[in-house]
Design a binder for this molecule. Structure first.
Ligand SMILES: [Fe+2]
Length: 388
């Protein structure tokens, strides 16, 4: 059996790496990027900084700063037009997962045309889009190191998963200093998302010896630092560990896939507009409890890697510690219950069947160590409501 591993061609890492953008572009043979970002990055001064460093290197850029959270195809179209009207040779994606996911889609639509639905799974999109250089500002979705993008169909509200080499950034700039300004809620949600990537990649049925190493390294970096960055945003050491852990977790799940948590999380996001990391957080403890019998040794290894169980502890004890820890993280990071978030009970109950079908259709539950039936997913959606 073989495993195909897909990676960015180049990573520039460390404090201040953002200033290396011109050097990264030059190495790739690019000189005139379109910066794809959002208004927050403009107001934080990051876009101006990029414009300055590019100018100092004799390069120029265009800016599209209208990307949306959980991007819809409609939101990308002005940037696609901007690409066609200009003479851009690359895209610099600056922001969280939504900005980077938008940039990946813009790069493919701008070069090859068509509608986003033409590129959704099961199609394996291998046609190279415009080169994308991803600069994540959260730790994180890991999108800078994944071959996926998720774009919402404006008409059906479907979150379309698109995958293939075309969506893997050519390069990424991993500068943890950009995460220092992230507010606690964003830090918590994106951090739990990254931890979920590490755990799901490690227990995935598509895991490989390569992805295992990335997943465990990611878990070891993320788990002890989640609380630190939440309580102390200026903790540079913890921020750096989270940033690196997030990218490694991205590499892990890009190559091993995510599983049931993400499969069930996307429909919650689509129907109730819960931020991606937060819906993962709401699901993670209950879904882990359900999935444990499918891979007890693997989940025990997660607990040991998180530092909450020792090599001498039995798998059973390590599994209990894992469940306790996931609940404790949610409590300490103030993950709200679904009711407290404002999800309407009646609507939630009426959509459980549809959400279960959509979760299964995404394929992610099929990677889970314990593969659920549709009825079991409905039951899990109900459990999660009461547990949180
Ligand atoms: Fe995720």
């Amino acid at each position: 059996m073989t495993h195909r591993i897909v990676l960015p061609r180049m990573l520039e890492t460390g404090a201040g790496a953002i200033r290396r953008l011109p050097a990264v572009l030059e190495t790739l043979g690019c000189r005139h990027p379109l910066i794809v970002t959002d208004q927050m990055m403009v107001s934080l001064g990051h876009v101006e900084l990029l414009d300055d460093v590019l100018g100092s290197a004799g390069m120029s850029c265009g800016v599209f700063a209208e990307t949306e959270p959980e991007p819809s195809e409609l939101s990308l179209l002005p940037a696609v037009q901007q690409l066609k009207d200009g003479s851009f040779d690359s895209i610099v994606a600056l922001g969280g997962g939504s900005a980077i996911d938008s940039a990946k889609a813009i790069g493919v639509l701008g070069k090859h045309g068509g509608r986003m639905a033409d590129y959704k799974v099961p199609r394996d999109v291998t046609e190279a889009g415009l080169p994308v250089i991803a600069i994540p500002t959260t730790a994180g979705t890991g999108s800078e190191a994944t071959r996926f993008t998720i774009i919402t169909d404006a008409e059906s509200d479907e979150k379309m998963l698109c995958m293939g080499l075309a969506f893997m950034p050519l390069a990424a700039i991993i500068d943890f200093e950009l995460t220092l300004t992230a507010p606690p809620r964003v830090t918590a949600d994106t951090g739990i998302d990254a931890l979920t990537h590490g755990i799901e990649a490690y227990v995935s049925q598509k895991a490989s010896p390569f992805s295992d190493q990335q997943a465990l390294s990611a878990i070891a970096l993320l788990a002890p630092n989640l609380r630190r960055v939440y309580h102390n945003p200026d903790d540079r050491e913890a921020r750096e560990a989270m940033m690196l852990g997030s990218t490694l977790a991205g590499i892990a799940f890009s190559n091993a896939s995510v599983a049931l948590v993400h499969g069930m999380s996307r429909p919650i996001g689509a129907h109730f507009h819960v931020p991606h990391g937060l819906s993962n957080a709401m699901l993670l403890p209950a879904i882990t409890r359900f999935s444990l019998p499918g891979a007890p040794a693997r989940y025990a290894q997660c607990a040991r890697t998180m530092g909450i169980a020792t090599p001498k502890d039995s798998d059973t004890l390590a599994n209990e510690r894992l469940l306790d820890e996931l609940q404790a993280i949610n409590r300490e990071l103030q993950v709200p219950s679904m009711a407290d978030f404002g999800i309407e009970r009646e609507k939630y109950v009426s959509l459980q069947g549809l959400m279960a079908q959509q979760a299964l259709a995404s394929g992610s539950p099929g990677n889970n160590p314990r593969v659920p039936s549709e009825a079991e997913i409905v039951d899990l959606y109900e459990q999660v409501w009461h547990q949180a």
